[in-house]
Structures are given as C-alpha cells and as structure tokens.
Design a protein around this ligand. Structure first.
Ligand code: UD1
Length: 355
C-alpha cells in the first residue's frame, strides 16, 4: 500500500508543486486547503499534470481542530507536510494577532491530531527568514537564529520550536499508552528552511497566484513584463554588494518540491538520524536583484521597465544557503538554472494572462 501524505495548504503555490512530485513518486496524497489565498486553478493543474482526477481534496481550515481531527480519522495519514499559513511579511506587522492565531493554531491542531492517531511524520515549511541578517555567509543549519523582525518570521521560529518540543515530548509514546479509539504515538519532524522559492512548473499548469500587488520580486517582475504593473522598483542599489542590490538564493519551486519528497521518504523509510532535523533548501548561489532582472530580460528576450528606489525596510543585505547538509544527507541538489526558472515563471504569467 502506498503511504499517504496529507498536504495542508496543498492548493497553494508550493503545496501544489509538492503534491505533483509526491504523486509522481508514488505517494497517495490528501490535499487540505481553506482556499483563503488561492483558487482551484492550481489544484486543477495538479490533476492535469498527474492525470489523476481522484486526488482527495478537503476544503477545511486547519484552525478548526474538529475538522483536522476528522481528517486524521477519515484517512490513515502516514506523513503531513504543513504549508497552511499566512505569508505576507508586511501584513503580519499590521495584523499580528491574525498571523499568530492562524499560523500557530493550525500547526498545533496538526500536531495534536498527529500524536493522537498513533504518531506521525511532520514536515514543517520554514524559512531562511529565521536567520535574519546573518554575520557569516553562507548560512548553515547551525547558524544561530536571530530575533525575528516580523510576526510572520516569528511564527516560523515558534512553529520550529513547537515541532522540536513535541518530537521530544512524544518520543517515548507508544500505542500501549492509550489503547482506545485514539492511540498516542511519537511525532517525528523535519523543518525545511526555504530560501527564495521562484518559478513555476514547466507545464505552465501551476504557479504562483498572488492576490493584489505582489510583495515578492519574481511575481512583480512577471506582472510588470505582462503590463499589469507599470514599473518594477528595485529596492536599494546602495547596499555593500558588487552591484549595490541585495543578494538572495533563488530556488526553483520544482527543485524545492523534490526536496519535500526526499525529506518525507527519509521519515517514512526510517532513515532519520535524529527525530527532529532541519535542512536548508536553497541552491547555494547568491544572485543579486539586478542580476535576476537582467537574467529575466535575457532569457525571455524582452525589456523590463524598472527603476531604482529606496531600500525596503526590513530587508537583509544578503543571504544564501550552505546546502551541504541537504546535499549529503538528503541526497538532494537544486538542478534547474536561474534562466530556466525565469523562463518557466514567464510562461506561467503568460498562461494566466491568456496570452
Ligand atoms: C521575503 C520575506 C521572507 C519570506 C519570503 C517568502 C521580507 C523582508 N522577507 O523574502 O521573510 O520568507 O519573502 O517568499 O519580506 N525586491 C525588489 N522589488 C520588489 C520586490 C522585491 O527590489 O518589488 C527585492 C527585495 O528588496 C529583496 C529581493 O528583491 O532584495 C527579494 O525580495 P522578496 O521576493 O520579497 O523576498 P525576500 O525579501 O528575500
């Protein structure tokens, strides 16, 4: 019997790409999403890419404990990949209660049901934002986390800690502890710290669907190129970097999705070295904002309307991943070039614009 993976937030940008890769690797998937930040476009795309019309989809809010509990009762779940969370940094500063409530409560519910249904393997979608403005680059998993600069970033740190503590507390749980309808069991955990996920599936059937004005660089670039936005502002060209713009580690979303499959397999196949593990998921290559814009123009053969603008408050100058642990332990490596990724992002933007 194929193992079943619950993907919370599975109709969203990263979740839909992960669902595709899981199915292609032979896993059964249950998608749960409250559709608060997406529509059915990506889920329909997932079905087309995989040729699977029958993927179970549950429209639930993971903040609803009873609904999460019902999911775990209705399906035998072997692993969870938890994406269901809010992710806009600026909005989190304006609406901290909303962010803490949504991002923490949903994860607590997932963990509670995980331990009450005989234990589970839980993969948490974390972020390189936990490193803040790191003193030494590239950052390894041992690089100290710095105090978060936004409630969003804080929820990532807090959820990592909640997972770590739950893994520790449940390690000795066995089925005999509470033999009844519910059986307590150990939770094992992996946190993947993503760098900057960009791009779209090569089929152009799934990709990012930002609501309103995009905060992130690549959707802003593609929307400017298609004419939805007038001009891209490059935030800051006076940083202490070669061309004065910030450096990031842009990871292709399909490569990122594949990292989830290997991490889930590691848990399900009993290959973990510790019951709670952390991996950086990036390329290890710093790319400046200016370089990225140039690469986008070149690979897609167009000119982008952009201007240099003041720095954006809260941005770090530079961050990129030391990927050795993921490369050696997971046997995973980012494969796609930035050019291919930017071509895929553009193909997706054209598709959703109907061009
Ligand atoms: C941001 C979040 C990070 C989160 C991640 C999720 C901040 C400070 N950080 O990362 O916590 O995990 O998104 O994807 O918001 N840029 C422009 N013009 C634009 C948009 C962006 O020049 O219109 C620049 C930014 O200044 C930055 C780079 O592009 O240097 C990348 O920005 P973005 O895509 O927003 O990602 P991060 O800020 O790295």
């Amino acid at each position: 019997m194929a193992k079943r993976v619950l993907v919370s937030g599975g109709a969203g940008y990263i979740g839909s790409h992960v669902t595709v890769e899981l199915i292609e690797a032979g896993y059964e998937v249950v998608v749960a999403d409250n559709m608060s930040n997406c529509d059915m476009t990506c889920f329909e795309g997932v079905k087309k890419i995989t040729g699977r019309e029958d993927i179970p989809f549950e429209q639930i809010d993971c903040c609803d404990a009873a609904a999460v509990e019902k999911l775990f009762t209705d399906y035998k779940i072997d692993a969870v990949i938890h994406f269901a969370a809010y992710k806009a940094v600026g909005e989190s500063v304006a609406e901290p209660i909303m962010y803490y409530r949504n991002n923490l409560v949903s994860f607590l519910n997932i963990l509670e049901s995980s331990k009450n249904h005989g234990g589970c393997n839980v993969l948490f979608s974390s972020s390189a934002t936990v490193y803040g403005e790191a003193e030494k680059l590239p950052v390894t998993e041992q690089t100290p986390r710095l105090p978060a600069t936004s409630p969003y970033g804080n929820t990532k740190q807090m959820c990592e800690d909640i997972l770590r503590d739950t893994v520790k507390a449940t390690a000795a749980y066995g089925a005999e502890v509470n033999a009844g309808a519910q059986q307590l069991g150990p939770v094992k955990g992996i946190a993947l710290r993503y760098f900057n996920p960009i791009g779209a599936h090569p089929s152009a059937l799934i990709g990012e669907l930002p609501r309103g004005v995009p905060n992130n660089l690549v959707p802003f670039i593609t929307q400017t190129a298609i004419g939805k936005r007038e001009c891209l502002s490059i935030f800051g060209n006076d940083y202490p970097t070669e061309d004065g713009t910030c450096l990031r580690d842009y990871i292709d979303v399909v490569d990122l999705a594949k990292a989830h499959v290997v991490a889930v397999s590691r848990m399900l196949d009993g290959k973990m070295k510790e019951d709670y593990e952390i991996f950086n998921i990036g390329t290890g290559r710093p790319v400046s904002v200016y370089e990225l814009v140039n690469a986008f123009e070149k690979v897609n053969g167009l000119k982008l309307n952009y201007k240099f603008a003041p720095r954006r408050p809260g941005d770090v100058v530079a961050i990129w991943a030391d990927t050795q642990l993921a490369n050696n332990e997971l046997g995973w490596k980012a494969e796609r070039s930035v050019e291919d990724t930017l071509a895929a992002a553009w193909a997706w933007e054209k598709r959703i614009a109907g061009k």
